[in-house]
Design a binder for this molecule. Structure first.
Ligand SMILES: Cc1cc2nc3c(=O)[nH]c(=O)nc-3n(C[C@H](O)[C@H](O)[C@H](O)COP(=O)(O)OP(=O)(O)OC[C@H]3O[C@@H](n4cnc5c(N)ncnc54)[C@H](O)[C@@H]3O)c2cc1C
Length: 390
């Protein structure tokens, strides 16, 4: 029996482990390793930020994983040798016949001087909790949402937060006292799709939120309450919300797998240049958005590729880089939260696929937990979709 070792139990790792359990139960045994005891959906951080859920509500515990042939180990990966496929953790070592690196993206707070001390963030659960408290005390002034580096997870998320902030202050009856601005290094909110960028810009405009394009923040200056720009200017703020610089986890950077920060892979099957080593999800160097929906889709292709090779076959359906992602548009006054953000021919198909995606979450965990964590599909009334096909 072949031993598959999956590093990281996020969207990609969970999906792959589930697929292997379901399709190759008699042919592989899988070890799934993660440093955490629980998984969190990206959008849950917005729920925590706006006080709709507590941290405890959004954690999905790995102790609930119940998949035949999958052993979960809560350990921190400390070394990866892609030549020998040996993995060392803080509690032991593993030799893999097939190794899959799905360790996601880490945040590099130190990359932006002053950010850790002078800003808040909602890209981590702890950060969302902390920012939620800061919001409760914020009655007037300028909130600046700054994208500090590229690529970053879920490209629409900064703008989604901006619009939800607009709602938050409307609900509190103090929207007129709060200015909301967004700034980033990209020419448009989501450069990979002009149509979605246009829709986001229209929505921001409707909510009285500015997007300042093509500006790289190089420092958060707490003394001046302003961010410094590479172009030489500065932008003042009263509350600075940063989307942190993303980078590969240190253990991946040290392993020799990464080139220019991320792990190069074959586009069609996510294989790295090392035999029997794959990289999937946010860690992979692919020219597409870092998002859970793409990580899941890629993991399914890796499962198919492993199955095909074990059976002496070849992969019949290559990775396409397609997917659908919800954007919460809020429900405040003057908002249109319906309609599709993409009006391309495959947009309808993308919308339909959003529902099975939500249902699939039930695949990784016991049903009670899954039911609790699946966002009701009816909420899609307040959401639009976006999709990107390479
Ligand atoms: C605010 C926000 C909103 C988002 N909204 C959406 C959305 O609506 N739709 C969507 O598709 N995507 C969304 N995303 C993006 C999505 O969360 C990520 O793209 C997705 O999690 C990537 O999956 P992954 O499996 O590659 O990595 P991850 O899910 O990050 O999993 C990586 C795992 O590796 C583990 N790990 C890392 N280093 C080590 C180590 N040394 N040892 C052991 N374990 C380690 C981590 O604990 C983690 O569990 C959002 C993200 C954010 C921040």
């Amino acid at each position: 029996m072949k031993h598959v070792v999956i590093l990281g139990a996020g969207f990609a790792g969970l999906e792959l482990a589930t697929r292997l359990s379901e399709s190759l139960e008699d042919e592989v045994r899988t070890t799934l390793i993660d440093q955490s005891d629980s998984f969190t959906f990206g959008f849950s951080k917005l729920d925590v930020l706006f006080g709709r859920k507590t941290k405890e509500d959004v954690l999905v515990h790995y102790s609930d994983i119940s998949k035949d042939g999958v052993e979960f180990r809560q350990e921190r990966v400390t070394e990866i040798d892609p030549e020998t496929r040996r993995v060392t953790t803080d509690d032991g070592s593993y030799d893999a016949d097939i190794l899959v690196v799905a360790l996601g993206a880490d945040y590099d707070f130190a990359a932006t001087p002053g950010f850790a001390e002078g800003g808040v963030e909602y890209y981590s659960v702890a950060g969302a909790e902390h920012m939620g408290k800061a919001l409760a005390d914020f009655d007037s002034g300028t909130i600046l949402i700054g994208i500090l580096g590229h690529p970053f997870k879920c490209p629409p998320a900064p703008f989604e937060a901006a619009v939800l902030l607009h709602d938050h202050f409307l609900d509190r009856g103090i929207r007129d006292a709060v200015e909301i601005r967004t700034v980033g290094p990209m020419a448009a909110p989501v450069p990979i799709t002009k149509e979605l960028s246009r829709t986001i810009l229209d929505l921001l405009n409707e909510c009285g939120i500015e997007y300042i394009p093509n500006q790289q923040i190089v420092e958060v200056d707490r003394d001046e309450d302003a961010v410094r720009l590479a172009s030489g200017g500065s932008i003042p703020y009263d509350l600075f919300v940063g989307i942190p610089v993303h980078r590969a986890p240190d253990v991946v950077a040290r392993s020799g797998l990464a080139v220019n920060g991320w792990v190069p892979v074959e586009r069609h099957n996510l294989a790295t240049r090392f035999p029997n080593v794959y990289a999937v999800g946010d860690i992979a160097a692919l020219p597409m958005a870092k998002a859970g929906v793409f990580a899941e889709a890629a993991a399914r292709v890796v499962a198919d590729d492993i199955a095909a090779r074990l059976r002496g076959d070849v992969l019949h359906r290559s990775y396409e880089g397609a997917g659908t992602c919800y954007i919460e548009l809020g429900g405040g006054n003057g908002r249109h939260g319906r309609g599709q953000l993409l009006r391309r021919p495959d947009a309808d198909r993308a919308t339909r696929r959003a529902i099975p995606r939500a249902c699939r979450r039930q695949g990784h965990f016991r049903s009670d937990t899954a039911r609790a964590m699946v966002r009701p599909v009816t909420e899609s009334k307040r959401r639009s979709t976006w999709a990107h096909r390479r």
